[in-house]
Design a protein around this ligand. Structure first.
Ligand SMILES: [Zn+2]
Length: 327
């Protein structure tokens, strides 16, 4: 009998047929990949169908898989308008407009499409400010913001037809005269995107799982089955939240020699260490070396202080997993 490190049930060997990857395979395949055989099939299935799916399809890091060639464009599956991440076009004619990514068959590429929204020309900005349909201000609020109602194309609707636009604006007491169409850009490489992200608990659970599976890979089973890790495992498996923060976000890069902004090495990073207080165990996870997630593996670990320090860099270009040296 083997005890699953997530559900903590003791099960026979038949219940452990699948290989659990520390880093989900949707984020790349690597030589000598880190895998586990102590996660039962039902937990494995649950993670694949829930937390990992959201991580892969609905995060900036997930979308980055296509930019960096980890995935082919035709595999792109958007979460659509309810997506947790909304992009904003960074420059050009439609700067500031809201967009989402979608696979386009004709282009055989992942393209940007505008979300239904309305832009109002602002005098002070010298450009349009865009609002999603459920966020359109009233006419009075618009005037306070500096809306230029005398501009020849003062109002611009995107991904919305004339009738809908008239209705939506009518609800806010705004009338307009239809002036013709403008076409928004489609190709993703033609515009620089800014990000408006929303990272929710499903994503945090997926990140926490990477951290805990990584610990389980390097440590003995008896250690990761200790009760000090129960709050984390129950959060990952059952979405139960303890009274303290398990996952946090940092802007600093994990690798000490890298600047906060600018181009970072292409790959994923996972580290484990004691926290500065010397009694808690923490992990840092960064996918595509972008945002750094800090995961509390065990808060105030009561057992003996052992050497747990570890770090690996998953090099995407060479498909290799490298050991990180001490800082
Ligand atoms: Zn299990």
């Amino acid at each position: 009998m083997t005890r699953c490190i997530y559900c903590q049930e003791a099960k026979p060997a038949e219940a452990f047929q699948r290989t659990e990857h520390v880093l989900p395979q949707s984020f790349g395949t690597f030589r000598n990949n880190l895998t586990l055989t102590i996660v039962c099939d039902s937990c494995n299935q649950h993670f694949g169908d829930n937390v990992e799916l959201a991580l892969a399809r609905d995060t900036y890091e997930g979308h980055s898989r296509f930019e960096y060639g980890v995935r082919n464009p035709e595999e792109f599956r958007p979460f659509g308008r309810n997506s947790r991440i909304i992009l904003r076009i960074g420059e050009g004619e439609f700067a500031g407009a809201y967009a989402y990514r979608e696979y386009c068959q004709e282009a055989d590429d992942v393209v940007l499409r505008p979300l239904p929204q309305v832009g109002f020309f602002m005098v002070a900005l010298g450009k349009y400010e865009y609002f999603l349909l459920d966020e359109i201000p009233t006419e009075r609020e618009l005037q306070e913001k500096g809306f230029d109602c005398w501009h020849p194309a003062a109002i611009r609707g995107l991904a919305i037809d004339e009738g809908q636009l008239r209705d939506k604006l009518g609800e806010k007491g705004i009338t307009f005269r239809y002036g013709g169409e403008v076409l928004p850009p489609q190709r993703s490489e033609s515009v620089l995107c800014e990000l408006e992200g929303r990272i929710d608990r499903t994503i945090f659970r997926a990140i926490a799982k990477i951290a805990f599976s990584y610990l389980a890979y390097w440590q003995r089973e008896s250690f990761v089955n200790e009760s000090a890790f129960d709050p984390l495992r129950r959060y990952i498996r059952y979405d139960e939240k303890p009274g303290y923060k398990l996952v946090d976000i940092r802007q600093e890069a994990i690798l000490a020699d890298e600047p906060i902004a600018g181009r970072r090495r292409l790959g994923h990073l996972i580290t484990i260490n004691w926290a500065q207080n010397g009694v808690s165990i923490i992990s840092q996870v960064s996918l595509f070396n972008w945002v750094t997630y800090c995961v509390s593996l065990a808060r105030d670990y009561p057992g003996e202080r052992r050497d747990i320090r570890r770090g690996n860099f998953f090099d995407i270009a060479n498909r290799e997993i490298l050991e990180l040296g001490a800082r």
